[in-house]
Design a protein around this ligand. Structure first.
Ligand SMILES: [Zn+2]
Length: 314
């Protein structure tokens, strides 16, 4: 029986045909015992979303009663998942030295399959670089999948390819990281009066650069904030540990503002309020700028989709 789940990046599952519905359920019945085994397999972490850190976790549209993301990070576990064939994703930019049987070009894939949420992460160098790395990565990527793709409305502007950040955008983000940081206890340290300086700098950048920065901020800052707070709570890792991980993972300039802006928003608006605003389609940069009393960042139209599904079956 051939079950077709579409081609391309992601598709909106607005309507599921009866045939596909049968396919999905037959597949689940066939693979459920194997998945139960795989959850205990080395190379798979089952990741929950902590509602004390992400207060909107109740809004996640889990595809079944399972309330975890399966984070798969070893070649053996990767090959051991029987229910889908893997196709290279558009983000398969690097090749691991571990030869994966069916997915050797994939670095990262996120999606729903067999009524479960999966993150497949194939970068052995990064996973093994430090003892806590796989947990940092697992919480970051699982957040993308559950809390964002399956738990938020996404502005249409931010559904396309990620824009390149030029030197002016990079300079702004580096300035932001220098102007606000966290101490080892997670307390906020500001080195200058942030609001007027930030609004002035965003004004100089122009709308195209601001759009590009906001695109990255929308996706990455909440995932970084969540990862940092979760790792502090569950593994006792401090801000310095976070920075070591982030420097090793690359492009720290665009990610590192996330935890600090998140704590700033916790203090300024309250965690529940800003996170509720976020899942209605407002980026953390937009929330911060608005809290500073500026409208330099425009309102966006959130995508009115209720179930966004990455296709990684064929
Ligand atoms: Zn990310």
């Amino acid at each position: 029986m051939a079950c077709i789940y579409g081609v391309g990046g992601y598709m909106v599952r607005a309507a599921i045909s009866l045939r596909n519905w049968i396919c999905i359920h037959l597949l689940f019945l066939m693979i459920a015992p194997l998945l139960a085994q795989s959850s205990a397999t080395e190379g798979v972490l089952q990741i929950e979303i902590d509602s004390s850190i992400w207060t909107q976790s109740h809004r996640i549209r889990w595809p079944s009663q399972s309330r975890v993301v399966d984070f798969v990070y070893s070649a053996a576990a990767f090959r051991g998942i029987p229910c889908f064939a893997l196709r290279p994703s558009s983000r398969s930019s690097q090749r691991s030295d571990e030869p994966f049987a069916t997915a050797d070009k994939i670095e990262l894939m996120l999606g729903e399959a067999c009524s479960r949420l999966f993150v497949l992460f194939n970068n052995r160098r990064l996973v093994e670089a430090a003892a806590l790395n796989k947990f940092f990565i697992a919480h970051h990527e699982s957040f993308h999948l559950a809390a964002q793709f399956f738990g938020a409305e996404i502005p249409l502007d931010f559904l396309g390819p990620r824009p390149v950040l030029d030197s002016g955008s990079r300079e702004f983000l580096e300035w932001l990281s220098q102007s606000m940081r966290l101490d080892e206890h997670g307390g906020l340290v500001l080195t200058e009066e942030l609001c007027p300086a930030m609004i002035r700098r965003l004004g100089y950048l122009g709308s195209e650069r601001v759009d590009a920065i906001e695109h990255w901020a929308f996706w990455e800052w909440p995932a970084e904030y969540y990862m940092y707070k979760l790792m502090s709570a569950q593994h006792g890792s401090g801000y310095a540990d976070y920075l070591v991980f982030r420097e090793s993972a690359g492009d720290a300039f665009v990610y590192a503002p996330g935890p600090v802006v998140g704590v700033w928003l916790d203090n300024k608006l309250g965690r529940k309020q800003w996170q509720s605003d976020y899942i209605s389609g407002k980026s953390m940069l937009k929330l911060m700028v608005s809290a500073c009393g500026s409208s330099v960042i425009p309102d966006r139209i959130p995508a009115k989709v209720t179930n966004l599904k990455f296709d990684f079956m064929r």
